[in-house]
Design a protein around this ligand. Structure first.
Ligand SMILES: Cc1ncc(COP(=O)(O)O)c(C=O)c1O
Length: 375
C-alpha cells in the first residue's frame, strides 16, 4: 500500500511473460517436435525461421547465428574488414557493437550522434572517416534507423563498407526500405528483451549478397559446408532449434506487436506533452519506428529513476556511460568531451516501460510518476 491507494502492481521495463502467454501452446508443441527429431542445432526449424525472417524483413538472405554480437563479428569477417582497420560507430550504442569490432581484429572508432534522434550524425562521420577506416557501423538505436542515405553517401563515396547494427530494429524501415538492406551486411540480436526475442541467446545476419551469406554460414559453422571438410578456420555460432521454434512463433505476432508499441508510444507522447522539462523521443523523417525502447530525456534523471523504482515502475537507462568512456576501451585514447552530444544525453536518458501489452492505465501511472518526480 502506498498513500492509502490500492496495492501497486509492478510495471516492468519489458513484459516477456505477457508475450509468452500468447505463444505458449505453439512453443510447447514445437519443443516436443524438436525433442523427438533430436535435431537440436540448426535443422529444419532453423532453416524455416531464416526463410520467414528474410521474407518478413524483405532482405534476401538471413543466416541464423548464436547471438547478435557474433552476428556483427561474422558480418565484419565476411566483409573482410582488414586487421587493425578502424570501424566507426556512434558513441551512444550498446557495448557489443564495439566488442564485435575488437573480436573481428579491427579497432573501434567513434563519432557523435545528432541531438534530435541520438543516431549516428553523418557530419560527424564525415569528420571521423580517414585512410584507416575499414568500415562504418550505423546503429539503428531504440527501434529507428540511422539516416542511411546520408551515411551511405558519405561512406560509400570512399568505398567504405557499411555493416548495419540492426539489433534493436526488427521490422524498422526507412523510406520503405528495411533495416539490413542498405549495408553490405547487418547484424540482428534476438536477445529475450528485443521486439523479437528468443528464450536464450540468438541472432542473425542479413544481407542482399549471396556470396556474403555463404561466407557467414561457412564461418559460423566451423568453416565447413560439407561434413568434415573445413575450408577455413571458423567458429561455432549457429542458431539452435529451440530458439528457432520460439522465434518462428513470435515472428507471426511481430507486426502486430510493433503496431501496439507505436500506439503506446503515441499515448506516452500525449500523456507527457504538458511536461516542458521532458524531451520526448521523435521519429526521424522517412522512418517507420518500431519502438524497441521509449527513451525520454529528463533533468535530474537519477532522482526521477529512483522515484519510479520506489513506485515499482522499472524504467531503465540505455546507456548510462557512452562506449568511448568505458574502462574496457580506455586504451583507444578517447576522453570526456570528445562526443558532447552522446555524453550529455547519457546523463539524461530514461527508458520508460514499453511492450505491446502495456495498458493505457499502466502508462498513465508511469507518466504521473514522471510528473510527480519532476514537480
Ligand atoms: C545495439 C546492439 N548491438 C548489439 C547487441 C548484441 O546482441 P546480443 O546481446 O544478442 O549479443 C545488442 C543487444 O544486446 C544491441 O542492443
Amino acid at each position: 500500500m502506498v498513500g492509502g491507494q490500492a496495492e501497486m502492481t509492478v510495471i516492468p521495463l519489458v513484459d516477456v511473460r505477457a508475450a509468452h502467454a500468447q505463444v505458449a501452446a505453439e512453443i510447447q508443441a514445437g519443443f516436443e517436435d524438436v525433442i523427438s527429431s533430436t535435431a537440436f542445432i540448426k535443422g529444419e526449424v532453423a532453416a524455416a525461421f531464416e526463410q520467414d525472417y528474410a521474407a518478413f524483413t524483405g532482405v534476401a538472405h538471413c543466416i541464423g547465428v548464436a547471438n547478435g554480437t557474433d552476428a556483427l563479428e561474422l558480418a565484419l569477417r565476411a566483409a573482410e574488414v582488414p586487421a587493425g582497420a578502424e570501424v566507426i560507430m556512434p558513441a551512444n550504442t550498446f557495448v557489443a557493437t564495439a566488442e564485435a569490432v575488437v573480436r573481428a581484429g579491427a579497432r573501434p572508432a567513434f563519432a557523435d550522434v545528432d541531438p534530435d534522434y541520438l543516431l549516428l550524425d553523418p557530419g560527424a562521420l564525415e569528420t571521423a572517416l580517414s585512410q584507416q577506416t575499414g568500415a562504418v557501423i550505423p546503429v539503428h538505436l531504440f527501434g529507428q534507423m540511422a539516416p542511411m542515405d546520408a551515411i551511405v553517401g558519405t561512406a560509400a563515396g570512399r568505398g567504405t563498407v557499411i555493416i548495419e547494427d540492426a539489433a534493436q530494429a526488427h521490422g524498422a524501415t526507412q523510406s520503405g526500405r528495411p533495416a539490413g538492406s542498405f549495408g553490405l551486411l547487418a547484424g540482428v540480436s534476438f536477445y529475450p528483451g528485443k521486439n523479437l526475442g528468443a528464450y536464450g541467446d540468438a541472432g542473425a545476419v542479413l544481407t542482399e549478397s549471396a556470396e556474403h551469406a555463404r561466407r557467414v554460414r561457412l564461418l559460423g559453422d566451423h568453416g565447413s559446408e560439407r561434413r568434415y571438410e573445413h575450408l577455413t578456420i571458423g567458429f561455432n555460432s549457429r542458431l539452435d532449434a529451440f530458439q528457432a521454434v520460439v522465434l518462428r512463433a513470435k515472428l507471426r505476432r511481430l507486426a502486430a506487436g510493433n503496431l501496439a508499441r507505436r500506439q503506446a508510444a503515441s499515448r506516452y507522447a500525449e500523456m507527457m506533452a504538458d511536461l516542458p522539462e521532458v524531451i520526448l523521443p521523435q521519429t526521424a523523417p522517412g522512418n517507420e519506428h518500431v519502438w524497441h525502447l521509449y527513451v525520454i530525456r529528463v533533468p535530474r534523471r537519477d532522482h526521477v529513476l529512483r522515484c519510479l523504482h520506489d513506485e515499482e515502475i522499472y524504467a531503465g537507462i540505455h546507456y548510462p556511460v557512452p562506449v568511448h568512456l568505458q574502462p574496457a576501451f580506455r586504451h583507444l585514447g578517447y576522453g570526456p568531451g570528445d562526443f558532447p552530444v552522446a555524453e550529455a544525453a547519457a546523463g539524461q536518458l530514461l527508458s520508460l516501460p514499453l511492450y505491446p501489452q502495456i495498458t493505457p492505465e499502466q502508462q498513465a501511472r508511469v507518466a504521473d510518476a514522471v510528473r510527480r518526480a519532476l514537480g
